[in-house]
Ligand binder design. Structure first.
Ligand code: GLC
Length: 443
């Protein structure tokens, strides 16, 4: 544990030192139709239940392997006896969830009321008029946005309005098996060396597992590995800068890892869920994943690796260690027939009680800073006791903030995948990404 803390501290300090703004800026300034007050069908008070009347709302979230959603719903229903929450399970792949919501909301469906949105969605969902602005609820209830870290609040803000409230923040880490090694790698080259050497020890089959499937998780792997070599997709002025020697170096390293013998032969099918399943089965020495995998690792019923897992910063490239920034937000469907009850659920989920349950049961990192001082939260996961972890979260590398983010993501997914399958070089991918993202942003 001490080792873990020292490494974490070290890595996170490096992370501060090399903080690379891969992208950023507020691309919201050009959009003018977001948040227009037309089409407010769902936000009228008239759709709401009379005081005390029983109402059922539908809450949609991606697959939850930790049990935290059920725990949150139970707690919420106890606190709000007149509201019943039906849980709608969505796919675990964020891109598939996204597409299903777009289909529902573009036909103005009211079949779900509240949903968890990936931190990359609010700009798009605001501009497309899929989400309900939360400002009037926030004002009416005096909801304290300042209790949260600023980054996730900003991620839910577009065109000066709040469309989403943060539920938890994600940054990626290197999980390692303490029964196999006490000294996890601190650079990508060390990872390659150790994963090759240690593969097979402690009953493992693989040295390293990560998410190399062609989907959003690949974008996070890409953004962080190029940042660790000094590369970025956009600069601070939203200029596309992805075609750089640093990107090429990072992408080549990712390809070297994915094409090595120490990863599963089907690594190109791996998303978070495959990573988690292989990890808790004890199949790998190292894994890259988000904080929630602490929860499954220590689940006595499912995990073969209870007490044999620790966490370190991701390995560094030439510029240091960098984690991609992720996380999820609560949003309300603009076409809900129950805006007031939906807000009650959002307020609970994003507030202290909901985030606390999320941290304890799901090991999700809260966005409410004071929760890191809560003894029960601290006890739930080793990372949460570490002040450098908390600081480090705010230094993670964001993905481009843009209403056309899905297009940018698709370009990255396709070009990076072609490198991983050996169909094009990293140089070609960097050039293609540069021109294609420039074209998409110019439209
Ligand atoms: C995690 C992150 C999310 C990211 C996704 C990629 O769920 O929180 O932001 O898009 O992983 O798979």
């Amino acid at each position: 544990m001490i080792q873990m803390k020292r490494l974490l501290l070290l890595g996170l300090l490096v992370l501060f030192a090399v903080f690379v703004v891969a992208c950023g800026g507020d691309s919201g300034s050009e959009s003018d139709n977001a948040g227009s007050d037309e089409n407010e069908s769902g936000s009228e008070e008239g759709g709401d239940a009379e005081e005390g009347e029983e109402v059922t709302i539908v809450y949609a979230t991606g697959v939850d392997t930790t049990g935290k959603v059920e725990a949150q719903i139970e707690e919420f229903e106890e606190l709000n006896p007149n509201i019943t929450v039906d849980y709608r399970e969505m796919p675990s792949d964020t891109g598939q969830q996204h597409d299903q919501y777009v289909t529902m909301f573009s036909s103005q469906s009211s079949e779900i009321d509240v949903f968890n949105g990936d931190s990359i969605w609010p700009a798009e969902f605001a501009q497309a008029n899929y989400a309900l602005e939360l400002d009037r609820f926030i004002e009416a209830d005096g909801y304290d946005l300042d209790a949260h870290f600023d980054g996730p609040i900003q991620a839910g803000n577009f065109d000066g309005k709040q469309w989403a409230l943060p539920l938890f923040i994600d940054a990626s880490f290197l999980y390692y098996r303490t029964d196999v090694t006490d000294t996890p790698p601190t650079t990508w080259d060390e990872l390659i060396e150790q994963a090759g050497e240690l593969q097979g020890e402690g009953g493992t089959e693989f040295g390293y597992i990560t998410q190399a499937n062609q989907y959003e998780g690949l974008v996070t792997n890409f953004v962080e590995i190029i940042a660790s070599y000094g590369g970025a997709v956009l600069d601070e002025n939203d200029e596309v800068v992805v075609d750089s020697p640093e990107t090429v170096k990072g992408l080549e390293k990712l390809a070297e890892i994915v094409q090595s013998d120490f990863v599963p032969g089907n690594i190109l099918n791996f998303q978070e869920i495959e990573t988690e399943n292989a990890w808790i089965a004890g199949d790998s020495v190292f894994a890259r994943n988000w904080p929630y995998m602490q929860s499954s690792s220590s689940d006595e019923e499912r995990s073969e690796v209870v007490d044999n897992v620790d966490i370190a910063p991701l390995p560094a490239g030439d510029e240091g260690s960098a984690s991609a920034l992720g996380g999820w937000m609560a949003m309300i469907n603009r076409y809900t027939e129950h805006p007031e009850e939906s807000w009650e659920l959002v307020k609970y989920l994003a507030g202290e009680p909901g985030q606390k349950t999320g941290a304890i049961v799901g090991n999700h990192a809260p966005t409410i800073e004071s929760l890191y001082d809560d003894p029960e939260v601290q006890e739930a996961a080793p990372l949460f006791q570490n002040p450098e972890f908390v600081e480090g979260l705010s230094q993670a590398v964001p993905r481009p903030v843009s209403p056309i983010y899905p297009e940018i993501s698709d370009i990255i997914q396709i070009e990076v995948s072609l490198v991983l399958t050996g169909e094009q070089t990293a140089e070609q991918a960097a050039q293609n990404m540069q021109t294609k993202i420039e074209d998409a942003m110019a439209e």
